[in-house]
Ligand binder design. Structure first.
Ligand SMILES: [Zn+2]
Length: 292
């Protein structure tokens, strides 16, 4: 998996090349229409090179003559640009996104760092690599409080999950959380949206079904020990007893707890039942988990 920050860095390198290509294209177009400007710019470039040599040689007389010449050429250049209605920035690198100036990041109203809207492609790629490849249409905007009944409970769960993800305040400082709600109440939808929201806020995050932990490669598991937010859906006591999921999960929680990283276990089984039925090592950790 690549984090959103890694993907943005890669895109930035491409953007830099694109800006340069566009700059060269603009220069070519302008010169094709205006020979006089092209000749003047060539004369300026040549005078600058000669001046550089003169500076190295400490040839004060030549330096002074070249500086006068450069002043004249620059003034002539300005006149040509104005007379021909040419954009004076035609030979500058122009950023492609005015919102983020091609950095990929913007500050929200409250000052939080966010991924710029021009990076939807990076976000989509990041979502796909973060366990969300089957949830492309899931979006927090469509998570409605009144859907499936219990609007208050749904709203409260969303807000609490957001606070956990943001690590806001003492109350949400615990690393391990259990998000419990009855079956068919939109838990998966909300879990996916929280992971997406975290990534939009430039965090590293991953979504997986609990049973799928056994199918993830060692590299991915190692990364899951380091990312900011890990959401494990369909967590159930019996799942922890098969396919070495118990030890994988125990390991992950231990590493993540020690680093103070947020892990959310999503389940439709009451915590009491989980504690008595889970792999012993995990039961112990569940007792200290926060609940949503
Ligand atoms: Zn942008």
């Amino acid at each position: 998996m690549k984090t959103i920050n890694e993907l943005i860095r890669m895109s930035n390198a491409n953007l830099e090349a694109e800006r340069e290509i566009r700059r060269e294209e603009r220069i070519r177009e302008v010169y094709a229409k205006c020979d006089e400007l092209r000749d003047t710019d060539e004369a300026i470039a040549s005078a600058r090179k000669t001046r550089l040599v003169a500076v190295i040689d400490h040839d004060e007389k030549l330096i002074s003559r070249l500086e006068t010449e450069l002043e004249k050429l620059t003034a002539r250049r300005g006149r040509i640009i104005e007379a021909n209605g040419i954009d004076p920035d035609f030979d500058s690198e122009i950023t492609l996104c005015s919102k983020c100036k091609d950095t990929g990041y913007v500050r929200g109203k409250d000052g939080t760092l966010q991924v710029c809207t021009c990076r939807e492609a990076d976000l989509e790629e990041c979502f796909a690599g973060s366990g969300l490849e089957n949830f492309t249409s899931y979006d927090m905007k469509n998570y409605r409080g009144d859907y499936l009944g219990e609007p208050e409970a749904r709203k409260a769960a969303r807000n609490k999950l957001l606070m956990v993800m943001l690590g806001a305040g003492e109350e949400f400082a615990k690393p391990l959380w259990v998000y419990y709600a009855a079956p068919q109440t939109g838990k998966t939808y909300l879990s996916v949206c929280i992971v997406k929201a975290a990534i939009r806020l430039t965090k590293s995050a991953f979504y997986t079904k609990c049973e799928n932990l056994a199918n993830l490669g060692d590299d991915t598991l190692e990364q899951l020990g380091r990312i900011d937010l890990l959401v494990i859906d369909d967590f159930a006591d019996d799942v922890t007893l098969h396919n070495s999921i118990g030890s994988i999960l125990n390991n992950l929680i231990e590493i993540r707890n020690a680093a103070g990283l947020k892990t959310v276990l999503v389940t439709s089984i009451p915590v009491g039942t989980l504690v008595s039925g889970c792999d012993m090592r995990i039961s112990g950790k569940l007792k200290n988990a926060g609940s949503i």
